[in-house]
Design a protein around this ligand. Structure first.
Ligand code: HXC
Length: 255
């Protein structure tokens, strides 16, 4: 695995780091593939009760899907990409282990969607959250149009998705996106893990299954994939992503 670092820190707790710090741990297809294979492997580790997911370095958890890779996708490729990410994040959401997101730095777009597929989210004072996709002429495509409103309510979800601004960790805590703010999110995630692993392991698994049961039924992820793909092959998507690579603000025309 080139873009992931995994360490089992005790019999029951493992820490997965997304490891592309040069690109703020943004998720390209290779990284998503690695996460997918990694999940299939750790699923078999019956001793592992808690998985902590974090980003390498202190600048970013994950700054979104890889814009440079998405830039030239057509709508069919975009649909496949969105479908695949959703498949991977659904595996995280329904993994028979508790998953804790330890959010350091930027947690944007697909990064926020990764955090939303975790069971518990711990942030630090330097974490920044947002769904900036509309600035790129696209929409979230790894589940945020569905999961975000379940976590923070439809009003705030629409604000974040339609305006695209970042919020700080205090606001994220206030709206229920974060469970806690601490100096060291990984350390706190380990503290929480050490409490969880002392409880009945079967009870924890059954609790997760039960909490997710009706929640999962209401996630219209396929519809999000369709709407995401509709944004590709448009001038807005081309301008939005071109502007990012040229480090300028996108200028969208009236439509
Ligand atoms: C590709 C990225 C990236 C991304 C950062 N980089 N985010 N590359 N995809 N999402 C790269 C930059 O291009 C740069 O590479 C390097 O990482 C460092 O980033 P800088 O921009 O120089 O850092 P800084 O000026 O500190 O700005 C940090 C930032 C900014 C505010 C987080 O990088 C940013 O706005 N990133 C994009 C965030 C975003 O829009 N995310 C949503 C993506 S869409 P170089 O080569 O220039 O050094 C998405 C959709 C999900 O996630 C659904 C898909 C189906």
């Amino acid at each position: 695995m080139d873009n992931l670092i995994y360490e089992k820190i005790s019999n029951h707790v493992g820490v997965l780091k997304i490891n592309r710090p040069k690109y703020l741990n943004s998720l390209n297809i290779k990284t998503l593939n690695e996460i997918n294979m990694f999940l299939d492997e750790i699923k078999k580790d019956n001793d592992l009760y808690v998985l902590i997911i974090t980003g390498e370095g202190d600048k970013a958890f994950v700054a979104g899907a890889d814009i440079k890779e998405m830039k030239d996708m057509n709508s069919i490729e975009a649909m496949e990409f969105s479908k695949f990410g959703n498949k991977v994040f659904k595996k995280i959401e329904n993994l028979e282990k508790v998953v804790i997101g330890a959010v350091n730095g930027y947690c944007l777009g697909g990064g926020m969607e990764l955090a939303l597929s975790c069971d518990i989210r711990i942030g630090s004072n330097n974490s920044k959250f947002g769904q900036p996709e509309v600035s790129l002429g696209i929409i979230p495509g790894f589940g945020a149009t569905q999961r975000l409103l379940n976590v923070i309510g439809i009003g705030k979800a629409k604000e974040l998705i339609f305006i695209g601004d970042m919020i700080d960790s205090k606001e994220a805590l206030n709206i229920g996106l974060l469970n806690k703010i601490v100096d060291n999110p990984v350390e706190e995630a380990i503290n929480i893990s050490n409490k969880i692993i002392q409880k009945g392991p079967i009870a924890i698994k059954q609790a997760k299954k039960s909490v997710n049961f009706s929640y999962n039924k209401n996630l219209a992820l396929d519809y999000e994939v369709e709407c995401f793909a509709n944004c590709f092959n448009t001038e807005d998507q081309k301008e939005g992503m071109e502007a990012f690579t040229q480090k300028r603000k996108a200028e969208f025309e009236n439509r």
